[in-house]
Design a protein around this ligand. Structure first.
Ligand SMILES: C[S@@+](CC[C@H](N)C(=O)[O-])C[C@H]1O[C@@H](n2cnc3c(N)ncnc32)[C@H](O)[C@@H]1O
Length: 262
């Protein structure tokens, strides 16, 4: 499937908003409602993590699958399968130890948990509400015997995790919701927990134009910005061209410790 990304548009510009609204008048009311809610939450929670935690609480109350970005159960299943199949195609084996940053309600996580050896999956998230939904997914899938680790976090220092431990670190659709400071915090610490030869894959919303954000919820970065940031933290990073062929709206970068094969 070919990608249909609009890489040049600035979604925060007034011209874009007016054009978009003119073409889709039925979306104006929901957009204004969401914008009003987000402004209120941003006023109540000035720091990003608290703000986004509140967004997730509100979204999860309505529908946990929609809260992680899937409007239907079929899409929820398909998006999880896409993440799983991609890593399988890149050599994931049952003995690997995996850290899933921003694991959500285990859209992909349940497949990794099912596949990996017991105790090898670690999911972390900033949202207590989505982690409760994650436990429900785990129960529904009957995966209790796999004893996955699900942990609430408020930052990405990864300080509670062991050194040189994870073969795969993964963050799908997390940096698309993260300001650059959050991504930098992750880059500053992820190298410590990566096992020799391990890698960290993350998706991001890509622009080739002006970097911008929408409602403090969606952040658009240039590839080079993220590659340079990774390099500043002693990490090798490369753009994953094969992910583009899958037709997902976001792009993917793979990071590894310098000297390892990225
Ligand atoms: C769009 S959902 C994707 C969930 C999951 N990765 C998937 O693909 O189904 C983004 C998730 O990342 C979490 N999140 C956002 N910012 C985070 C951060 N800085 N650290 C950890 N989790 C974060 C959110 O709470 C949410 O569960």
């Amino acid at each position: 499937m070919a990608t249909r990304k609009n890489l040049t548009v600035n979604r925060e510009s007034l011209v874009h908003k007016l054009r978009y609204a003119a073409g889709r008048p039925h979306r104006i009311a929901p957009y204004l409602k969401r914008a009003a809610r987000d402004r209120w939450l941003a006023f109540k929670h000035p720091d990003h993590v608290s703000y986004y935690r509140a967004v997730m609480a509100s979204d999860t109350r309505r529908n946990p699958e929609a809260a992680v970005g899937s409007q239907t159960h079929e899409r929820w299943l398909a998006l999880g399968e896409m993440q799983f199949e991609y890593l399988l195609g890149h050599g994931l084996r049952p003995g690997a130890r995996m850290l899933d940053i921003g694991c959500g309600n285990l859209r992909a996580g349940w497949r990794f948990i099912e596949y990996l050896d017991a105790g090898h999956y670690y999911g972390i998230d900033i949202s207590p509400d989505i982690l409760i939904a994650a436990k429900q997914t785990l129960t529904e899938r009957g995966l209790q015997a796999k004893v996955p680790h699900l942990t609430l976090t408020r930052n990405l220092t990864l300080d509670f995790l062991p050194e040189a431990y994870f073969d795969v670190v993964h963050a799908h659709s997390v940096f698309s919701h993260s300001p650059i400071e959050v991504i930098e915090e992750c880059f500053a610490h992820v190298g410590r927990v990566l096992a020799p030869g391990g890698h960290f894959d993350f998706t991001f919303d890509r622009t080739t134009g002006t970097e911008h954000q929408v409602l403090r919820e969606d952040f658009y970065y240039r590839t080079q910005t993220l590659l340079d940031l990774a390099a500043r933290h002693g990490l090798a990073a490369r753009f994953m061209e094969d992910w583009e062929k899958l037709g997902h709206g976001q792009s993917k970068i793979r990071v590894s410790a310098v000297g390892a094969d990225a």
